[in-house]
Design a protein around this ligand. Sequence first.
Ligand SMILES: C[C@H](CCC(=O)NCCS(=O)(=O)O)[C@H]1CC[C@H]2[C@@H]3[C@H](O)C[C@@H]4C[C@H](O)CC[C@]4(C)[C@H]3C[C@H](O)[C@]12C
Length: 324
Amino acid sequence: MCTAVTYEGMNFYFGRNLDLDVSFNEKVTITPRQFEFRFRNEAAIKSHWAMIGMAAVIDNYPLYYDAMNEKGLCMAGLNFPGNACYLSRKEGMENIAPFEFIPFILGNCSSVEEAVAVLKNTILINEPFNDLLPLAPLHWIISDQKRSIVVEPMSHGLKIFDNPVGVLTNNPTFDYHLTNLNNYLNLTSAPPNNRFSGKVDLSVSSIGMGSIGLPGDLSSPSRFVRAAFTKANATEETDEGSEVAQFFHILDAVAFTKGCAVNEDGREELTIYSACMNTQKGIYYYKTYSNNQISAVYLNRADLDGSKLETFELITSQQIRDIN
Ligand SMILES: C[C@H](CCC(=O)NCCS(=O)(=O)O)[C@H]1CC[C@H]2[C@@H]3[C@H](O)C[C@@H]4C[C@H](O)CC[C@]4(C)[C@H]3C[C@H](O)[C@]12C
């Protein structure tokens, strides 16, 4: 499972937990403006917005999981098994393979508004990257500072939802998660009042009792509610370090501790990495399951007019500062 969130503070932040049982040797990857993006069914784009994100680079192609471009447009793919539906080629449409979707949108668009216009004429087709990497059943969150949307590939084409809470998890479909949130409207970060009954003498005995009923489990609907509550109540900080700390705390609230959720194949799901992108400064922060230290990769320190991918190996060994 996975969780993605947006966060409006001093700057606009976007990020995700990547929860999985395997790694594909992903690295922080910068694609500069002149790297040629070839598409299976559409013309190549030789010049586009530069982007940074997490990707498995195979045959010199960045298979992005999540990324932002130099204009602050961000996108992440999350598992959507059993629901994602990829179609056959259709004349007159932009026929994009799922693995091409992030480069296609972030390469061409500078805002959600532009992305929505492009999406109206786009379908996702059932073409895998190669025989060893089958189609990934995903849905996507696309956000900028002004607006966030969710894109779900269905049998009739792409379904686009506005995302007023700036959160995405996994199944079921996004409209379910939004409706389900209504069940929790009574939760509060404040000390609760006794609304149980005027005839029963009840009192607050501990801090946090306003959020009793917030689901604590790791299922996708529960992570959606927990991430939405944590994000909505997390206070805005006043410096970059504290903002980034706040963002990672939101992601930590929905992270998987290894061993706590086992998939149908008996393998343990864990939060392989957590990422936070400062979309205005072009910084990609991340930490991994075994390394709690935050690392930062700067888009603007790369040669953005170049034509070669730049990759940064993840630092996965624990970094502990010895004090004495
Ligand atoms: C599984 C990842 C999403 C995280 C998630 O939601 N996990 C839930 C697992 S489960 O349902 O609970 O079992 C997704 C996000 C991006 C995906 C990757 C990207 O789409 C890029 C390529 C695309 C190729 O078709 C498959 C390999 C791949 C490298 C994908 C592997 C995998 O499907 C990734 C890593």
